[in-house]
Design a protein around this ligand. Sequence first.
Ligand SMILES: [Cu+2]
Length: 267
Amino acid sequence: MAQEGPARGLWRRNPFYVRLNAGGLLVFALASLVTGAALELGGLPGSIVPSAGIAAPTVVIALLALRIGGWTLILAAVWAVLIFLLTFLFLPTGFSHVSSFWDFAAALTTTAAVLAASIGGVAAFVQRRRGTVRQTAATAERRSVVGATAVVVGLLVLSGALHIASLETVGADDKAGAIAVGMKDTRFHPTEVVVQAGQPATLVVKNDDLVVHTFVVEELGIDEVIIGGSEKLIAIAASSPGSFAYVCEFFGHEEMKGTIVVQAAPQ
Ligand SMILES: [Cu+2]
């Protein structure tokens, strides 16, 4: 509690747009740490390292903007845009899967925080050059920030509810005789499945990760999306022997691949 005084003072004596910039960066750093910690606890060791690696300089840059202002505001705005470019490739997966909470939440929080930081950084710098620095937010500005925050929180709640509502489980009866394929740590387990040609086979594919994955076998026309914690029954019908690749199609999940080996039926 002893730190609250100076921290609050530092926050309050800064102009509105500097606070918007620093606030955006700090929210991004927090979101990055939470995501890294969740993945670390979820069984993907080492996830916290890149998260902390990007959160630490982000916090330092936000504090510089709050303490010094001036040129550090440009640094903060440029840093916000860099973070956006760095995470940009992962955003389509998140935004296109509202029912996968972790993916959607990471994409939405990153975008909102980085937008706030960029707008704040640029506006703060421009106001300082023009000598129009304002300590407090105009009513419209305050309403915009409150409104945007409410929309983000509302969408996060919606995504969480959709995720829970979309969870699928496979009953014990259906599981009996089916081949289990797990998705864990952005890998398939096992990476080889053997079935007989001309005999229908069933897979139970379960996603034990927090993030969404796909199970795609192009040659067999299989294309399923499975959110974290969900499982699906997938029928395989291969009439002739051969081997078919199964993959997850999302960016950054290139290591997720396996093979379905279709053996000739015993004579
Ligand atoms: Cu995947």
